[in-house]
Design a binder for this molecule. Structure first.
Ligand code: KG4
Ligand code: ZN
Length: 404
């Protein structure tokens, strides 16, 4: 009982540590935010480069770097003034250092070092995918306790991990080729959805989700079932992508679609694609759930089984509904961050910094600024990918929900 009281008191003390500034520049969004140790967001400035990159059909790293460089100081000033916070009030500056586009990461880290030196504040280096994985806790801290299973789906990654705390993630499955967001973006571009005024400035995943809502026949196209023979939790979307390119080309030839036009039944195509992607994500997540729940592993321990879906693709309501439906068959609750926080933003980096403070990661507070560097790619602290493959769990697949 006494022990419990001490724990509660400690927890309360920790949750009043002040403000953390978060800086995110790993890809094409300049995000700067201030979050306090109670998880309250005081400012969230996000400058997207989407409009520029859409025009060029993809991200050009040196250009992304220029845009970050020209925008970051202004984004910071806006952030401080929106939050009405002085730099002296900051407890720490959290900054993405890995993984990401090196040229983009560099801008955020250099700026963070400049602020840290000027204001004599500690830096907290943050792993971008870990920040996605912890973000849902900011809004559901009592419901999502450690450990939990996390499905990370974004433009650069597709991963399953057991999350045991900040800096303590065990990888269960990883992408072998394209990430789901990347596949959506490339297929949407190949479909030329951007010629439709509504989708001109939307990312590919969002456009495909919207187009699928008007489908007449979601079974009009066939899609492969990737890695069906491999009893692990890895992901592959290259087959679905290449198959999509072929199917679109065939349809264009059949319909004599002009080179600035879109095939007539693109809605049906998008619906079938969404189901195929959902199914693959469901299958791999199902095996990961069975692995975690297996009495030999018992990876959730005494905690109620919990699944978090995060990353830009977690914005997708069809995918989230399908994953939640799957988890329910295992009495597992599913959460995702609010829509604004699924995609890249500064809040998730600041929140990861808060998590580090809450979990006494005092060694992580760095004043040796010169020793901190970026790392374009870096994995999690532990991997169980081989162990999952060795377990070779055979599942009775839960099927995707019918599209509404
Ligand atoms: O996490 P994120 O913002 O950036 C990376 O770290 O990659 O994810 C961006 C990805 C893009 O590929 C985009 O197509 C996808 O998230 N995305 C979606 C949706 N909204 C964004 N994919 C499916 N459905 C959506 N509604
Ligand atoms: Zn991301």
């Amino acid at each position: 009982m006494f022990k419990h009281l001490v724990k509660v008191r400690l927890h309360q003390q920790k949750r009043s540590l002040g403000y953390v500034l978060g800086i995110e520049t790993s890809c094409d969004d300049t995000g700067i935010a201030i979050v306090d140790t109670d998880g309250k967001v005081h400012a969230n400035v996000l400058e997207s480069q989407q409009e520029f990159h859409t025009r060029y059909g993809g991200i050009i790293p040196p250009r992304a770097q220029d845009l970050h460089r020209s925008r970051i100081a202004h984004a910071y000033e806006r952030c401080l003034s929106e939050a009405n916070v002085e730099p002296s009030q900051l407890s720490a500056i959290a900054v993405t250092t890995r993984p990401g586009l090196p040229l983009s990461l560099l801008i955020g880290l250099r700026f963070a070092k400049h602020l840290a030196r000027k204001n004599k504040k500690p830096l907290l280096p943050v792993h971008h995918m870990e920040a996605h994985a912890l973000q849902a806790r900011m809004e559901h801290i009592t419901a999502i306790g450690y450990p939990y299973l996390c499905l990370l789906i974004s433009g650069g990654h597709s991963q399953l991990a057991l999350v045991r705390g900040p800096g303590q993630l065990t990888l269960l499955g990883d992408s072998l080729d394209d990430a789901p967001g990347e596949a959506f973006d490339k297929i949407a571009r190949r479909l030329r959805l951007f010629v439709l005024p509504k989708y001109r400035l939307w990312n590919g995943g969002r456009a495909i989700e919207d187009a699928a809502k008007s489908a007449q026949n979601p079974n009009a196209y066939d899609f492969p079932r990737p890695l069906a023979q491999q009893r692990n939790c890895n992901f592959s979307f290259a087959g679905i992508k290449n198959n999509s390119f072929r199917a679109i080309r065939m349809r264009e030839l059949l319909e004599r679609t002009p080179c600035d036009g879109v095939i007539s039944n693109y809605n049906d195509f998008c619906a079938g694609l969404l189901v195929a992607v959902s199914r693959h994500l469901m299958n791999r997540t199902q095996r990961a759930l069975e692995f975690c729940l297996h009495p030999h592993q018992n990876l959730f321990g005494d905690a109620p089984p919990t699944l978090v879906v995060s990353g830009g693709v977690a914005n997708n309501d069809v995918i989230f509904a399908n994953i939640s439906h799957l988890a329910l068959q295992y009495n597992c609750r599913t959460y995702r961050p609010s829509k604004g926080y699924c995609s890249d933003n500064g809040v998730m980096i600041a929140w990861h910094g808060v998590e580090q403070l809450l979990h006494d990661c005092a060694n992580n507070l760095r004043y040796d600024y010169d020793n901190i560097d970026i790392a374009g790619s870096e994995g999690f602290s532990e991997t169980a990918v081989e162990r999952v493959a060795e377990a070779a769990i055979k599942c009775k697949w839960v099927q995707p929900l019918p599209l509404q």
